[in-house]
Design a protein around this ligand. Structure first.
Ligand code: SER
Length: 316
């Protein structure tokens, strides 16, 4: 049976790059991008404007294109969600429940939904955080991701829905802009370093968080979705680790490329969200079940980011 993919939230930080990755792998015409806003980049394949909370609208896109798999990425992230908790809960929950229902009704064969390190909270062990551990999130974003994981597991166990998920760490890429996360500083730093030679971090110097370079995250996502069904044993969401670093560590790496680079620190409300999250993640379940292995360490990531972003910013 042929595979037709719909990406909801395709104009965001992950969506922009995931659509590209999926189109490279499965062909531009077989990957439909959708969002409530226009894409950040020129599309090489179909695009539909649709709201992730509009079940009818999503069904129309599914029917029109004969969609068999959905990647649902639309969400409010940690910092934005705290500004409007009620709306964050509504968007983050309604969207996943619509897709799980469509899958239960047999309209979809497979679903991807991202969770986050934000499911963890102050009572979670901070280093090498295990796959199964205390999850008492303190942000509304984390609460919604934890509830979503519960729903995914429930729909899998009760209705046999093939839904797969990863708890992403902070994601860093040069192709798309991040939107509203606590880990966004690790993207902003590159833009400001190249443009101004200086950056003021909204997290303090020692805030170590789990992070990942986007090419690793995209590869992990597609690999998990392509893994044989019997290899996918976690039906809540998989822990995934790439690298862990603090603002002062990434600043030192950036300074290798930008001599005289100046880093300052002005922690804001996002510091509290960061403080509630782990420093590093144990991803042995993902490694054992479907062969996950990251490729980029901090130096390799910074070198690659710098090279691509310099070219991109020069061209713009
Ligand atoms: N990057 C996300 C955030 O900072 C964490 O999942 O909100």
């Amino acid at each position: 049976m042929s595979k037709k993919i719909l990406v909801i939230g395709a104009s965001g930080q992950i969506g922009t790059e995931l659509v590209e990755g999926l189109r490279d792998r499965f062909g531009a015409e077989d990957v439909v991008a959708s969002d409530i806003k226009e894409p950040q980049v020129r599309q090489s394949g179909p695009f539909a404007l649709v709201n992730a909370m509009d079940r009818r609208g999503i069904e129309r896109v599914i029917d029109k294109h004969g969609i068999s798999e959905v990647y649902l990425l639309a969400a409010l992230l940690s910092a934005t969600a705290e500004k409007d908790p009620a709306f964050a809960w509504k968007l983050n929950m309604e969207s996943i429940l619509i897709i799980l229902e469509l899958a239960r009704e047999g309209k979809l064969r497979k679903v991807y939904w991202p969770s986050s390190i934000a499911v963890f909270g102050p009572t979670t062990p901070k280093d090498k955080t295990p796959q199964h551990t205390t999850t008492e999130p303190s942000t509304v974003y984390g609460i919604s991701k934890l509830a979503g994981e519960g729903w995914c597991k429930y729909y899998h166990q009760r209705y046999g829905v093939d839904v797969r998920s990863i708890r992403y760490p902070g994601l860093i890429g040069w192709k798309s802009a991040p939107g509203g996360g606590t880990t966004d500083y690790a993207v902003h730093i590159f833009h400001e370093a190249i443009k101004k030679g200086a950056y003021t971090s909204f997290l303090g110097p020692e805030s170590t968080l789990p992070m990942m370079y986007m090419p690793d995250a995209i590869r992990a996502t597609i690999d998990l979705m392509e893994a044989p069904v019997e290899q996918v044993k976690e039906r809540g969401s998989y822990n995934l680790a790439g690298l862990s670093f603090s603002p002062e560590q990434i600043a030192a790496e950036v300074a290798r490329h930008i001599p005289g680079f100046k880093m300052a620190y002005a922690p804001d409300e996002r510091q509290a969200y960061a403080d509630s999250w782990p420093r590093s993640i144990d991803d042995s379940a993902a490694r054992a079940d479907w062969g996950w292995k990251p490729q980029y360490d901090l130096t390799a990531m910074v070198d690659d980011m710098m090279a691509h972003l310099r070219t991109k910013l020069k061209a713009s």
